[in-house]
Design a protein around this ligand. Structure first.
Ligand SMILES: NC(=O)c1ccc[n+]([C@@H]2O[C@H](COP(=O)([O-])OP(=O)(O)OC[C@H]3O[C@@H](n4cnc5c(N)ncnc54)[C@H](O)[C@@H]3O)[C@@H](O)[C@H]2O)c1
Length: 243
């Protein structure tokens, strides 16, 4: 993809699933990586995947001290932020606890806002544009049983993406989101087999997506090939949501 070989990309939730596949894609494109996740570097196994051009920050994106570490790294200069880290804590509204609600809001929404705010300050000061990419989900479009917390965050991320695209556009910073469909990552594979089969049946392409297929969309939206695209939410979902 055009321009990625000269860029530094920060990816949250990079130790697993879509985040890891996205790191692999940007590495293959020649980008310099700053990877963020909660395990130690050894536990994450990222060092062997990325022997060079990689900095790892062990951080919880909801923790103030950890955010300060990320801010220090951002101030060294970067071009692309991918707010990928996300969690689920599913229960119907009758059974959902305040804790389940708060945890999901903290990771999937507040941390995305906070990191975007930190990124915007640095990118503006650098004066060479940049890209912020956020993880939404198709469930933001149609709701999902047992996920009132998760769906609220993903719908919130889409609204935030559109707003930041308007606020930051004049500085050349583009802000976009991706709404993945059902993608074969640890988050999804822990669901019952029956549910997975049902989801595959619902998809016009009759299969789950691969993490690499989301990574490819992040790479496109971050690249110079997408330099006139901002404020959009791209569904990458095998036609699950049409229209
Ligand atoms: N897999 C799907 O089908 C699917 C569909 C739609 C949206 N998404 C979104 O894509 C993103 C990635 O999903 P995935 O399926 O790869 O998930 P995953 O569970 O495989 O990976 C998520 C990563 O985020 C990290 N993480 C969680 N909380 C964190 C925190 N507080 N601080 C730092 N890191 C943290 C985890 O340690 C993990 O490595 C999420 O935002 C998810 O909501 C996934």
């Amino acid at each position: 993809m055009k321009g990625l070989d000269s860029k530094k990309v920060i990816i949250t939730g990079a130790a697993s699933g879509i985040g890891r596949a996205t790191a692999e894609r940007f590495y293959a494109e020649g980008s310099e990586l700053v990877l963020i996740d909660m395990p130690t570097l050894e536990e994450s196994e990222l060092a062997s995947l990325f022997p060079e051009r990689m900095t790892y920050i062990q951080a919880n994106v909801t923790n103030k001290d950890d955010l300060a570490k990320i801010d220090t790294e951002m101030k060294k200069g970067f071009d692309i932020l991918i707010n990928n880290a996300g969690i689920t804590r599913d229960a119907t509204i009758a059974k959902m606890t305040d804790d389940m609600w708060d945890q999901v809001i903290a990771v999937n929404l507040t941390a995305v806002w906070k990191l975007s705010q930190m990124a915007a300050v640095v990118l503006k000061e650098q004066g060479r544009g940049g890209a912020i990419l956020n993880a939404a989900s198709v469930v933001a479009h149609y709701g999902n049983f047992g996920q009132s917390n998760y769906v609220a965050t993903k719908a919130g991320v889409i609204g935030m993406t559109k707003t930041l695209a308007k606020e930051l556009g004049k500085t050349g910073i583009r802000v976009n989101a991706i709404a993945p469909g059902f993608i074969g990552t640890p988050m999804v594979r822990k669901m019952p087999e029956k549910v997975i089969t049902m989801m595959e049946e619902k998809s016009p392409l009759k299969r789950m997506g691969e993490p690499e297929e989301i990574a490819a969309a992040y790479a496109f939206l971050a690249s110079d090939d997408a330099k006139f695209i901002s404020g959009t939410c791209l569904n990458v979902d095998g036609a699950l949501v049409i229209g």
